[in-house]
Structures are given as C-alpha cells and as structure tokens.
Design a protein around this ligand. Sequence first.
Ligand code: SAM
Length: 255
Amino acid sequence: MSGGWLKVVGLGPGTEDWLTPEARRDLAEATDLIGYQPYVDRVPPGSQVRHPSDNRVELDRARHALQLASEGRKVAVVSGGDPGVFAMAAAVFEALDDPNAPQAWHRVALSVDPGISAMQGAAARAGAPLGHDFCAISLSDNLKPWDVVLKRLRLAAEADFVIALYNPISRARPWQLGAAFDALRDIRSPETPVILAQAVGRADENLIVTSLGAVDATQADMRTCVIIGASHTRLVPRDGAQPWVYTPRSYGVRA
Ligand SMILES: C[S@@+](CC[C@H](N)C(=O)[O-])C[C@H]1O[C@@H](n2cnc3c(N)ncnc32)[C@H](O)[C@@H]1O
C-alpha cells in the first residue's frame, strides 16, 4: 500500500503557542499518533488513532511507527520540545539503521518537524543566556556512562561554553545534578549565573536565577532545564523581578 508517511513532530516544551504551523498541520493530517503518553495527550482531540506508550520504549515506538507507515498509515511520532534533541528523531533513525530493518521501512516517506527546544524556551524567559557559544548536555546516565558526562562537563566548563543541562534529576537519578554542580565549581567562579527553568511554557512555569555558588540542586526536577553561564555571562537588574541574564555576542563587550 502506498501513500503512507512518517513525520517526527516536535511539540515544543509546553504551550500551544509554541507549536509550529507545520507541526499543527501534520498532526491534523495524521491517521495515527505514536509517543510517550503525556505527549500524545497534548495533541488536540481529532480522529487519529492514538498509540500512547510508557517512557523508555523509544525503539519499540520507532519500529511500530515505521511499520505502520510502511503499511500506508500517516503516522506522527510526537516528541516534547525539538524531536532531534535528546528525543524521538534519533530513535527513528536508529531503528531504520538496524541491518535487520525491513526494506519496506526504507521506502517510507520520512521527515522531521522541528520544535522549540526546552533550552530555547528557558533562554527566552531568562533573557539571552545562549547569546554566545553554548552546548547542551544530558545528565542522564541511562544511555551513557557517568564518566562520560563528567568529562564533557569539565571540558565544556574549561572551554567556557554556556552549558544547558537536560534531564538534570529524577527519582532514579537523585545525585547527578549536585555532582555536576560540584564538578563545575572546581572550574567556574561561584558568581557564574545559573538559571533553573522549570516547566517552561506550562501553567506552573517557574524560573530561578541564581549563581553557581548558591544553587541548590534540589530546586530542580525532571521538568527543569538548567543553564549555566560562561565567564562573560552577565546580569541586568530589573525592577520588581529577577535580573535578566544574557551572554554578550563578543568577548570584547564591556570586558
Ligand atoms: C528527554 S529530554 C527531551 C528534550 C526535548 N526534546 C527538547 O528539545 O526540549 C527531557 C528534558 O527536557 C527538559 N524539558 C522538557 N520540557 C521542559 C520544559 N517545559 N521546561 C523545562 N525543561 C524541559 C528537561 O530537562 C527534561 O528532563
């Protein structure tokens, strides 16, 4: 059967206002929605068949989506934020890249709809902390060893990147964020601005602007994106609110 397709659709971090028109159109045209249950639940009601699943079954989800699409269904795999950032797009390509993947999967019309990533939403709320070179690191050691995480943190700190941390903490990973702050404190000054951006774009959004010396890891949860400034990241005071945080585009600015 032909006419099927598979689109990996980014829903953004929360608010419907941050859903792109392309994503909205593809979700409306899909016959099937596949994804982690809370993300499937975020798609407005329609006639699509919904296939919600638990967390941590990304590859199963990806194979299911490729199979349905190869049978002629119009499948949207939904992902929070951007689907290419620590999310489902890579899982779909991993499934496709498997030597045992059926040839029919390679004939599926496949595309990825970008979404606003959590670090972009968090940065916009805080000001412009990603205004100069930055990197993103997932603190999850489910898919890579903690030694690798620590090495990347240290090298990113030494290279003076602004660092966005994803997956900072969870019930199964309670100590990693504290250990990450400790590792960064060995290299960066205690005055370094730190942003804890929780549930960005949702009703219970909360933003904390603090410093590396003062930050408390227990203030973060699994819906938090943490941004740690570079040596030239600055604060701009504002009346009645936490200061803006920005990173000048040039090292020469007000040095
Ligand atoms: C598996 S990653 C998915 C990232 C997603 N693909 C993106 O581009 O934002 C999940 C992590 O993203 C961050 N995150 C997702 N939604 C968020 C939100 N609304 N506010 C703050 N951080 C969020 C948190 O660090 C969370 O632990």
